[in-house]
Design a protein around this ligand. Sequence first.
Ligand SMILES: [Ca+2]
Ligand SMILES: [Ca+2]
Ligand SMILES: [Ca+2]
Length: 318
Amino acid sequence: MITSQKATCSYAKVSKNCHPEELRCGSRQWSCASADQCVPDSWRCDGQRDCRDGSDEAACAPEKCGSSEFQCRSSACLHLSLVCDGKEDCADGSDEGGQCSASACGQVQCSHTCYRSPRGPICACEQGFELKSSGGSCEDVDECRRSGGRPCSQTCINTEGSYRCTCHPGYLLEPDGHTCKATGTEPILLVAIQFNLLLYGLRSLKEDILAATDKNLVIFSIDYDLLDQKVFWTELGAESIKWISMDAKKKGTVVKGIKSDCMVVDWIGRNLYWTDGTAGQILAIQLTAVWRGKPEYTIVLGDNLNQPRSLALDPLNG
Ligand SMILES: [Ca+2]
Ligand SMILES: [Ca+2]
Ligand SMILES: [Ca+2]
């Protein structure tokens, strides 16, 4: 089970004469009654105590009960089946007595179910239906158009009393019935942790070591070439860029005798770029030339660069 805990930031500056300075909350914050703590607006009346003095949960509007629930006078909600059952379930006992004993349900027309209550008979609907604004008849809830969160990750089809989710071509509905996931081979996350290059299967959560560096040198930069199914990396302090095939059957060196901080692959233009922070240069090498055995590189940018550290490409736009 995952539990979540909210983190609060409180600011209380104390000045020399020991009177706390007045705390000013931001525009989207709520000031606790104690005036020494601010919480996000959305934490007000969310059912969880966030102010140390609990003032964010004080004087909140009473809870709105569901369609098959009864509101106690104390504002708590109770399932209708517990109302008029001869046992006090509301803290104040307001679910018993009144018109409970009367056989009132015989006089009203409810399309699904009728419950007795101290305030008289109440019509209720089965799951997936709600009472029409007037009368005792029930109508289907359109879950697909309901405000407050879409129930399906792609297409939602409303049905009488329920709904179902479908997926676009190329996607498969997960067993939860709501989420669509891309079909085909399993998506892989490529990760470098210290001196290991890892492949994480995002569905199977399987972890494979694709490569490990020779002298326990930390892997500094990684990228991959989708077309050739190759992974490239640089190691901290090593003067080369290395590669390995995704099936780990082949590996080699792209270029030697260089210094590289960050390295990226242009999988469309078939070039590999890197930065040399010390020399203040961005360099490139043609991958097709590398595979032909001619690893000759060029300086792409070398003027007015002061310690370039990072590099990003936009291959689609060249
Ligand atoms: Ca709260
Ligand atoms: Ca009861
Ligand atoms: Ca429905």
